[in-house]
Design a protein around this ligand. Structure first.
Ligand code: ADP
Ligand code: MG
Length: 224
């Protein structure tokens, strides 16, 4: 009986995913269809519609790319990495985007280098998703503080923003596929983060206060 319950669980999760995907793709498709109808009717706003249609297609592309990133099995290339170096690379990568949004990124590494066993690109993806969310949570600009601390056999990286925060009742939905509060969000970024963390035996914790900001903390086992 236990097994069949488990099986039913799996099916409903697949069903939920399918419903989510269908819903997310249908919206831009409906928009595309509408604009095509307007164009074929010879509407004079044609060039404007092409731009919107391109945006909608780009959105479908983004959703599908993120879904592919979630699809298993994932190929992992596990090697030793200096965690601070990975984070430093990401800070440099996101600098332009941060400046554009009036956001400063501060990074404090541990004094001594700490290594973790990981797929470097996947860990970069995890931090990109978290830091992008932090930037997006501060529409008027602000600061992202990244801090790396060592704690026994764990190394913890916290990413703190002074943005809009997450209401208590929504905290449990964080990381559910397609949960988003953004107009153009996919709600897949954090799902990808949680999946990558799971592959690395890492934990993600979130603390948030509406109007104060949010802190995501990722804890990795230190490589022996
Ligand atoms: P997306 O960014 O496409 O919305 P995510 O999975 O990355 O999808 O995030 C899901 C939701 O979690 C966001 O829409 C937002 O409501 C909330 N969230 C995530 N990070 C933060 C943050 N740093 N501050 C406030 N809200 C956040
Ligand atoms: Mg996101």
């Amino acid at each position: 009986a236990k097994q069949s319950a488990h099986q039913a669980d799996k099916l409903s999760i697949a069903g939920q995913m399918a419903a989510g995907i269908a819903h997310e793709i249908r919206n831009p498709l409906t928009a595309l269809k509408g604009f095509l109808q307007l164009l074929s009717a010879g509407n004079e706003n044609g060039s404007k519609y092409y731009d919107i249609m391109k945006d909608e297609l780009t959105r479908i592309e983004l959703i599908l790319n993120e879904l592919l990133a979630l699809a298993k099995p994932q190929e992992m290339n596990m090697t030793r990495h200096d965690l601070s170096e990975l984070i430093q690379d990401i800070v440099v990568l996101l600098q332009a985007q941060a400046t554009l949004h009036n956001v400063e990124i501060h990074f404090h590494p541990t004094k001594e280098s700490v290594q973790i066993r990981c797929d470097g690109n996947k860990i970069k993806q995890l931090f990109i998703n978290l830091i992008k969310n932090a930037i997006e949570a501060m529409p008027e600009g602000g600061t992202v503080w990244i801090e790396q601390v060592q704690c026994d056999e764990w190394v913890k990286v916290s990413i703190r923003d002074n943005g809009v925060g997450i209401p208590q009742e929504l905290l449990q939905k964080i990381g559910q596929p397609f949960f988003t509060q953004k107009e153009t969000g996919t709600g897949l970024g954090l799902s990808i983060c949680y999946q990558i963390a799971e592959y690395h035996n890492a934990n993600i914790e979130v603390a948030s206060e509406v109007g104060e900001g949010t802190t995501f903390t990722v804890s990795f086992p230190i490589a022996l």
